[in-house]
Design a protein around this ligand. Structure first.
Ligand SMILES: [Zn+2]
Length: 323
């Protein structure tokens, strides 16, 4: 799974915060219990030495099994006694335990097998959603909020098919799927459907990069000519599980932009990383503007192509909102 360093760092920081808080609160509860309850320190020492005791007797031949059972019984009895004492003195029965949010990984974020714990995956998804929401109104662009009523009847059937294909694409999303190329006039729902796909794909645990082509190209150019740059934009665009390029056609075309676009589109195709491209350019214009090698990839190789036609539905939505 791809996640930008910023998202991974935030997830680790949150896990550390949870662990530190749980341990600090435990120390406060423990200090109170030790002060209030005579004999609880001895019980605590007995409970925490059980592990070492088990290790000691495990190699004792025939007697080992009997001794292990005895230690387990004594330990359970000590824990029961400890809980009773805590409750008797008005404290919580688990006051002498660290209350981690995730009991599976004790808020470390990793299971015993070294794999990501579910709690860690949830945090990564949340921070990825928040990061993308900073640049894109992600919560507004969902499949549920995509209304076909704004489209004229003759166009509605085609849009319903496109909507269903996109929904299915997001539901079944995996690396190796073809890219999607949405083209047509502005205001026909291309960005909305891309956003709806991003929403679903993030929920399924994939990392996404999004940007308008002119902005991304300007950033790439800046990094290319800065010798101290670590090429963070290019690395992200070439590694994201899903890349959404908005507004192809709004940038100025020159040898740098053509080469950069070709590198992104071609490298991602070779690595089987899907890309969604939105463009106002018609199919014919694409070849004229970008040349055969970019146009043929978007139109014939590794992309499903969707043509958006009709009138600007943003105008229609605004009209509906007028008194
Ligand atoms: Zn966990």
């Amino acid at each position: 799974m791809y996640y930008p360093p910023r998202v991974k760092t935030k997830a680790i920081a949150e896990l550390t915060r949870r662990r530190t808080k749980a341990e600090r609160e435990y120390q406060i509860r423990r200090a109170e219990a030790l002060e209030k309850i005579p004999g609880i320190a001895e019980l605590e020492a007995k409970i925490s030495s059980a592990g070492a005791e088990l290790c000691r007797v495990i190699g004792m031949g025939d007697d080992a099994l009997r001794l292990v059972e005895q230690i387990k019984r004594d330990n359970l009895a000590a824990q029961r006694k400890e809980r009773e004492l805590l409750v008797k003195h008005g404290l919580a029965a688990d006051a002498m335990r660290v209350r981690y949010i995730c009991p599976v990984c004790d808020d470390t974020g990793f299971g015993d097998d070294g794999k990501f714990c579910e709690c860690h995956k949830i945090l990564l998804k949340e921070f990825e959603h928040a990061r993308l929401s900073e640049m894109f109104p992600l919560d507004r662009f969902t499949f549920e909020s995509f209304s076909l009523t704004y489209y004229p009847p003759e166009q509605r059937r085609q849009m319903r098919d496109t909507l269903e294909t996109c929904r299915e694409y997001a539901r079944e999303y995996h690396l190796g799927l073809p890219g999607l190329f949405f083209y047509g006039e502005p205001g026909l729902g291309k960005t909305h459907l891309s956003g709806a796909i991003i929403n679903e794909v993030i929920k399924r645990g994939f990392g996404v990069e999004y940007g308008s082509v002119p902005v991304l190209l300007a950033r790439l150019a800046k990094e290319r000519f800065d010798s101290r740059s670590d090429n963070i934009t290019e690395r992200a665009l070439l590694a994201a599980d899903l890349l959404v390029l908005d507004d192809l056609g709004a940038e100025s075309v020159n040898s740098f932009t053509l080469e950069a676009l070709y590198t992104i589109i071609n490298t991602r195709l070779l690595k089987q990383l899907p890309t969604i491209v939105n463009s106002n350019c018609a199919a014919g214009e694409l070849q004229e503007r970008y040349g055969r090698r970019i146009a043929s990839r978007l139109l014939y190789e590794g992309y499903e192509t969707f043509c958006f036609t009709g009138m600007d539905i943003r105008e229609k939505k605004t009209e509906d909102m007028l008194p």
